[in-house]
Design a protein. Sequence first.
Length: 317
Amino acid sequence: MRRYLLGRLWQSIVTLILATIVVFVGVRALPGDPALALAGEDRDPESLRAIREQYGLDDSLLVQFWQFVSHAARGDLGQSIRTGESVTTMIANALPVTIELSVLAILVASVLGVGAGVVAAVRRGRPAEWAANALALLGLSVPNFWLGLMAILYLSVALGLFPASGFVPFFTDPVGNLHHLILPALILGTGLAAVIMRQTRSSMLDALSADYIRTAEAKGLSPRAVIGRHALRNSLIVVVTIVGLQLGALISGAVVTERIFALPGFGKLTVDAVFQRDYPVIQAVVLVTAAAYILINLLVDLLYSVIDPRIRVRGDA
């Protein structure tokens, strides 16, 4: 087990180092000069020189990269070129909103998707499977932005069940926080629930046709035990993979949902930084996103070994 963990940890560290290099070079390759954007109308040579000197824009790429890495290792991601605010503070304020929204969306999607997938596999060829497939197709086909607008129009404006926009911190008002986030989480989790449903159904069908399922049934186990303890558990590896990858995608890709519901999250911070050519913020948010993906994949690998001990044994071989 220790060898398996160390191997996965080493792979994650190497991936993070490569991601850091790609992020740094990619941000520097963006078109436009941040010094010109900062100077505004006052673009005389002295002002441009002072700005470049202040933010180290005239230093070589190696010097800039070393400064970036050395400061990031201490938790200092620099200062925003546009506002002068600490990038670490900006991310610390925005990231919890997106993480909470993503976790709620994952919970909604997992409950709906796994439940519908199991029903569709167990009730194959029956109306329950047709209904689950129809709902999954609908969830994959309908864009989140349209679904979000319709939800605001009918559930918020017409019926007044949920707030149309805004955010309340959890520790300020837990009930108000969930009240503001439940509708965005439902919208964001709809498409993911459809993906999880399809994957769960496919994995369950493969599991239900396996020899060990027939053996379990021959031993006289109840249908609930056969489905829950044997078929579903062996089907969860694919589901865990999908959920892990999608959680990382939700953290970085909830831009549209956050815009529709006016949530001050990570997506809004990213879009604003790109439009403003704010180098420190751009490279910080991309680096944090890459680190989130790597961490989630590491946790998924560890969860594999819990679900299926054979993976842990092979990793130690």
